[in-house]
Design a protein around this ligand. Structure first.
Ligand code: HEM
Length: 135
């Protein structure tokens, strides 16, 4: 796949901060509006404002943009912040399905959509594996 992993190429392809805000808004809208995703929606607080902001900030740094999560909230370990949740294959796939549906709504190239989803499978699977070790 092309050079999305280099420098801030992915951040640019995602439309910068406003692109990520739209992606994450659509992601949580998908999660909230489809009862098929109720299991993971209900893991979140009722008010999603902070969850949305944190995901935007994380993705910004993760994709090579400004490290907003570190700046606003400090350091983060993705498996650790999910350690209070039971996330098995079903929940992992729901999260990824919400992201895929949200990606489909974005004006990104097909190549970048595939790239981003493929990349997101890595931390999603790490979360699942960490959960499996605890159960
Ligand atoms: C594998 C499926 C996943 C599920 C079911 C899930 C679910 C959740 C839930 C319920 C919260 C809110 C926790 C709370 O407020 O108590 C959360 C927070 C968060 N998630 Fe996930 N998540 C998943 C995957 C991911 C992935 C792959 C990423 C990053 C690429 C991610 C990034 C975050 C971040 C940055 C937060 C905020 C953490 C904080 O409170 O500091 N999540 N997630």
């Amino acid at each position: 796949m092309p050079e999305y992993g280099e420098g801030s190429a992915s951040y640019g392809a995602a439309g910068g901060l406003s692109g990520l805000q739209q992606l994450v808004k659509d992601f949580y809208d998908v999660m909230c509006n489809n009862p098929a995703y109720a299991v993971i929606r209900d893991m979140h607080p009722k008010d999603l404002t902070v969850s949305e902001d944190k995901l935007v900030c994380f993705l910004s740094g993760w994709l090579g943009g400004e490290r907003l999560f570190a700046k606003k909230f400090g350091s983060i370990s993705i498996p650790q912040v999910h350690a209070h949740l039971v996330i098995q294959e079903k929940e992992r796939d729901m999260w990824l399905d919400c992201m895929q549906e949200a990606l489909e709504k974005q004006p990104y190239s097909d190549g970048f959509k595939v790239y981003l989803l493929t990349q997101l499978k890595v931390p999603a699977e790490r979360i699942r594996m960490a959960c499996e070790r605890r159960l």
